[in-house]
Design a protein around this ligand. Structure first.
Ligand SMILES: N[C@@H](CC(=O)c1ccccc1NC=O)C(=O)O
Length: 339
């Protein structure tokens, strides 16, 4: 019989503290950190929308909140790697309209960036958000079947949603996305401690809900192995994230390795929970730059295609002019051969 989990030994106040990321920032006060985070997200999104070719508020489902923004790299008319971003905010705050953090540096390097909205609480439940994220990826794969890899990037609660995709059952959606990498920043992978914090007030998660939506617990119990052994998972945490956030990331990384995943772990030097994401607006940041540890190191296609500027072609593609019933000018390509 195993003993209590480390978080079960914490008092209510300690647990609240550990799961309040803004209390752990070192260069500013908690409120100022949250304000700066919103401000930088806001500015980055305005800049991305003003300077990049984009398709905004594209529906990936029938729900009012089921929309995504697509930002294209300059001059790339057909296939490219796709980075899908899922914002954080404890599943109860944040918006795609203020989360285009990495759009400018990544599109500059030939990556198409998709910023996905999902119904935050209290409108959405965890199960619904996971389903929405799944369908957003299916949508992108169907619209862009010749993508050169889909890379999921999530921050905090968004890293949790991205991590749930390691367990997604794609067969019922009729398409298996070309997932090449996961980029999980300061995430939460075991939701059970959250049930006992004030963060759960709008979420109304029961322990069963938490269990069903915890990638850590699901992977521990899973008998499945990664479909694509080349798909890389980077689990990353800020040096100034709380000890519980560190523990969650390290344990999740270990579970991934035990399950046969091609995973790596990185503590980002001198970054707090918010800096880890707002620095994605910078081209020379460790996570957006090239070698050895940035997005490019996630998988060889990005490393070769994006950073070394030789976008590899998986298969010959043809562009179709008018792709979908959505009557959006989406560039869709059709694979005419497979390797
Ligand atoms: N109330 C939280 C807010 C928070 O955790 C947060 C805010 C913006 C983006 C991500 C966050 N954390 C996890 O999703 C805090 O105390 O920091």
């Amino acid at each position: 019989m195993e003993g209590p989990a480390p978080w079960e030994r914490l008092s209510e106040e300690e647990l609240e503290d550990q799961y309040s990321p803004s209390r752990w920032v070192i260069r500013r006060g908690a409120e100022e950190a949250l304000r700066t985070y919103s401000h930088i997200g806001d500015e980055a999104t305005k800049k991305a929308r003003a300077t990049r070719k984009s398709l905004l508020h594209v529906p990936y489902g029938d729900g009012e909140g089921e929309k995504l923004d697509i930002y294209f790299p300059e001059g790339v008319s057909e296939a490219s790697p796709f980075c899908l971003f899922f914002h954080g905010g404890y599943w109860q705050s944040g918006s795609k309209d203020t989360s285009a953090f990495m759009v400018n540096p990544l599109t500059e390097q030939g990556v198409t960036v998709v910023v996905v909205a999902y119904d935050i609480a209290p409108k959405g439940t965890l199960d619904q958000m996971v389903d929405q994220v799944t369908r957003s990826i299916v949508f992108v794969q169907k619209q862009y079947p010749c993508n050169e890899g889909i890379y999921l990037c999530g921050h905090s609660a968004g890293a949790h949603l991205a991590a749930m995709m390691l367990l997604a059952n794609w067969t019922k959606h009729g398409v298996t996305p070309n997932l090449k990498g996961f980029f999980l920043l300061s995430g939460i992978y075991d939701l059970k401690p959250i049930v006992y914090t004030s963060q759960n007030a709008p979420l109304l998660m029961t322990l069963e809900d938490a269990q069903r939506n915890s990638p850590q617990l699901l992977l521990e119990a899973a008998l499945t192995r990664p479909l694509d052994p080349a798909c890389h998972v980077l689990v990353s945490v800020g040096q100034h994230d709380s000890p519980e956030f560190h523990r969650q990331s390290k344990e999740f990384y270990q579970i991934l390795r035990q399950g046969g995943w091609n995973a790596s772990f990185e503590e980002i030097h001198d970054m707090d929970h918010f800096e880890i994401i707002w620095n994605l607006t910078q081209k020379d940041y460790v996570l957006t730059q090239g070698q050895p540890r940035g997005l490019s190191s996630l998988a060889p296609p990005l490393a070769q295609g994006v950073i070394l500027d030789q976008v590899p072609r998986r298969a010959p593609c043809m562009e179709l002019a008018s792709p979908s019933a959505l009557s959006l000018p989406l560039p869709v390509c059709v694979c005419v051969s497979h390797e």
